[in-house]
Design a protein. Structure first.
Length: 212
């Protein structure tokens, strides 16, 4: 069902915007609270008359929104987050986090006018948000979720530990190979007796030959 927003509504849009909503949501929540009116031909005609009388004001609002949206061009935003295993986050990142980052970067925007994939982000990576400055001005904005300093340090320490463990394993393997090789060395007591036996047999053979 189509309705006309009588004011800005979180998750729906801006004042004077025509949007589609579920009938039950409109009848049970939006209409009783005076947030919307049904988009009947009569109401739409009245809306157009209002917009016509507000033409100059609307033009100013659109120009302001366009100026703000232009600030997003070439703007790089990286949201830092604490990371657990792999690329999975501890907690999540939402539109409030992105709105805060944009405001810090000089772009005036409210979180309600930002829509991110799935409403919350739970993994590292690159994402695209819908940023609306006016009902007619909407921009796709690319941003990235990256590990924070604490997570980077933890990852470096984990990598260092893995490297040390790998080195110890390699040393153990090398010692094991050396010990295995020494098992066949005649210096080994087991083979020393056989060596002595060979020497004694050679001496006996020499003595026998001499007597003959």
């Amino acid at each position: 069902m189509n309705v006309i927003l009588r004011q800005d509504v979180d998750g729906l849009g801006f004042e004077f915007e025509i949007v589609s909503v579920k009938p039950g949501y409109a009848r049970n929540f939006l209409i009783p609270r005076g947030l919307v009116s049904v988009a009947t031909p009569k109401n739409v005609a009245e809306l157009n008359e209002i917009l016509e009388t507000r033409k100059a004001e609307e033009a100013s609002l659109i120009a302001d929104a366009t100026t703000k949206s232009a600030k997003l061009e070439n703007l790089v935003v990286k949201l830092e987050a604490k990371v657990g295993n792999g690329d999975k986050l501890f907690g999540s990142v939402n539109n409030a986090d992105l709105a805060e980052a944009l405001v810090k970067a000089g772009v005036e925007i409210e979180k309600k006018n930002i829509k991110i994939p799935g409403n919350t982000i739970k993994r590292l990576g690159k994402y695209t948000a819908k940023v609306r400055f006016h009902r007619t001005v909407e921009v796709d904005f690319d941003f990235e979720v990256v590990p924070n300093a604490e997570s980077i340090k933890a990852a470096e320490e984990a990598a260092k530990t893995r490297a040390e463990m790998a080195k110890l394993d390699a040393q153990k393997a090398a010692r094991a190979n050396t010990e295995e090789g020494s098992f066949f060395n005649y210096d080994n007591p087991i083979y020393a007796n056989d060596k002595k036996k060979e020497v004694k047999e050679e001496e006996v053979s020499t003595e026998t030959a001499t007597e003959e």
